[in-house]
Design a protein. Structure first.
Length: 94
C-alpha cells in the first residue's frame, strides 16, 4: 500500500493518529485555522503561525486580508463544533 499523500509520506496518517490518541481537546478537534493580516505591518500573519502551532493549533494558511481593519476578528465557520479551538484563539487574540 502507498499512502494517499505519496510514497513514504505518512504525514496524514501521523496527524490522524496524533488526533486520535491525544487528550488535548484542541488536537482532537484538529480545526483548520487561517490567519489573515489586515494591517499595514508586513509579516504579522507569518509571525503568528509558530505561536499558534506551539499551542497545537492547525494553521493551514497565512496571507494578507483584502482590506485593512483596526480590530481582531475571529470567524468561526464550524457552527460551534470546535469550541476548544475557538476559546484558545479568543484567549490569544482577546
Amino acid at each position: 500500500m502507498t499512502p494517499a499523500a505519496g510514497v513514504d509520506d505518512f504525514s496524514n496518517i501521523q496527524q490522524f493518529m496524533k488526533q486520535l490518541t491525544s487528550n488535548n481537546p484542541i488536537t482532537q478537534e484538529s480545526a483548520k485555522v487561517v490567519v489573515l493580516n489586515a494591517t499595514d505591518k508586513s509579516g504579522l500573519a507569518s509571525k503568528s503561525r509558530p505561536i499558534l502551532e506551539a499551542k497545537n493549533l492547525n494553521v493551514t494558511n497565512v496571507a494578507d486580508a483584502l482590506a485593512n481593519q483596526s480590530t481582531t476578528t475571529i470567524i468561526d465557520n464550524t457552527n460551534g463544533s470546535k469550541p476548544a479551538t475557538k476559546l484558545a484563539l479568543q484567549q490569544i487574540y482577546g
